[in-house]
Write a protein that binds this ligand. Structure first.
Ligand code: CO
Ligand code: CO
Ligand code: CO
Length: 307
């Protein structure tokens, strides 16, 4: 997997049975707490490996920090958050690189292994596949609300919990049951990442609005016009590619386009395996929702229905 297919990772075949899988991801702070930011950035970076069914082995830190204007203790907290999250994932952080920067940035270059034949891509979704999502939407809206001081402590804690959660258990369940395609929902929002999957697979997709899980606090914020710039960009970019239901609310459109950090896995599973996958996910404590299906529509065409 290389530059011709825009997928979540690069993969390099070492032998018939082994591929080296690599990804890099770093972000600016999404929450006030430095430790949580580090943990979220690490979970977010590892997510691309989990989305492909790869097993992460080790990682390198990527750090930008304004050492002249912020106390170094904050950097220590960011790295401790990242290190603890990596340990939870069974990943060793073996080094890294830092630069002086005008704002903090943190993430990982993460390396893993996969069996080449079992690597899960974006490009093999089939009409009739059911679409599953493993984390609720609204994370970008809520982190923007945190930044603007509009979010209470409980809501912030809930968003931190969701973003810090590794996609590992979801990935394990998906590998065990077998899916046709998967990607993680991050900066392009649910619709942007679904569109990438649909284009790569040469299929369309239909979503059921009322089945899509959303963090409740996101609604009030989005009605108050609180959303990241990236979310509005996604919305503009996708406007002509999405068939919305009659009278769809603006806030529904924004939430489906919301730019997530460390969002969930979006899986396309053959219908005969759906029940087993939901069972495995539930047993692993992953709250997955069935949100729609892949269609034989024009490649990349997305239809959103009310229910
Ligand atoms: Co990704
Ligand atoms: Co990523
Ligand atoms: Co260096």
């Amino acid at each position: 997997m290389g530059t011709e297919a825009a997928d979540d990772v690069a993969a390099y075949r070492l032998s018939d049975g082994t591929a080296l899988v690599a990804t890099v991801d770093f972000i600016t702070p999404v929450v006030d707490d430095a430790y949580s930011f580090g943990a979220i950035a690490a979970a977010n970076a590892l997510s691309d490996l989990y989305a492909k069914g790869a097993r992460p082995l080790f990682a390198l830190n990527i750090v930008g920090f304004p050492a002249r204007s912020l106390p170094l203790g904050l950097l220590g907290e960011i790295l401790r958050g990242g290190s603890d999250k990596a340990s939870e994932a069974g990943v060793s952080i073996l080094g890294g690189h830092s630069i002086d920067d005008h704002e903090p940035k943190y993430g990982l270059c993460a390396i893993g292994l996969a069996e080449p034949d079992r690597l899960i891509t974006k490009a093999a979704a089939q009409p009739g596949d059911r679409l599953l999502l493993t984390k609720p939407l609204g994370l970008g809206i809520i982190t923007t609300g945190i930044d603007q001081g509009l979010v209470d402590g409980d809501t912030a804690a809930q968003a931190i919990e969701v973003m810090s959660t590794l996609n590992r258990a979801a990935s394990d369940a998906m590998l065990e049951v077998g899916v046709d395609a998967c990607t993680d929902v991050t900066g392009f929002g649910l619709l942007g990442h679904l569109r990438e999957m649909a284009l790569a697979s040469g299929v369309g997709a239909r979503l059921s609005l009322s089945d899509i899980p959303v963090l409740p606090a996101a609604w009030e914020l989005v009605r108050a016009k609180v959303a990241p710039e990236g979310t509005h960009n996604n919305h503009r970019f996708l406007r002509d590619e999405v068939e919305w239901p009659e009278g769809v609310r603006w806030e529904d459109q924004i939430v489906l386009c919301d730019a997530q950090t460390s969002g969930g896995l979006l899986m396309a599973v053959p219908p005969e395996r759906e029940a087993r996958l939901l069972d495995r996910l539930a047993a692993a404590g992953v709250q997955a929702a069935v949100i729609g299906e892949i269609t034989a529509d024009r490649p990349g065409r997305l239809a959103v229905e009310r229910s």
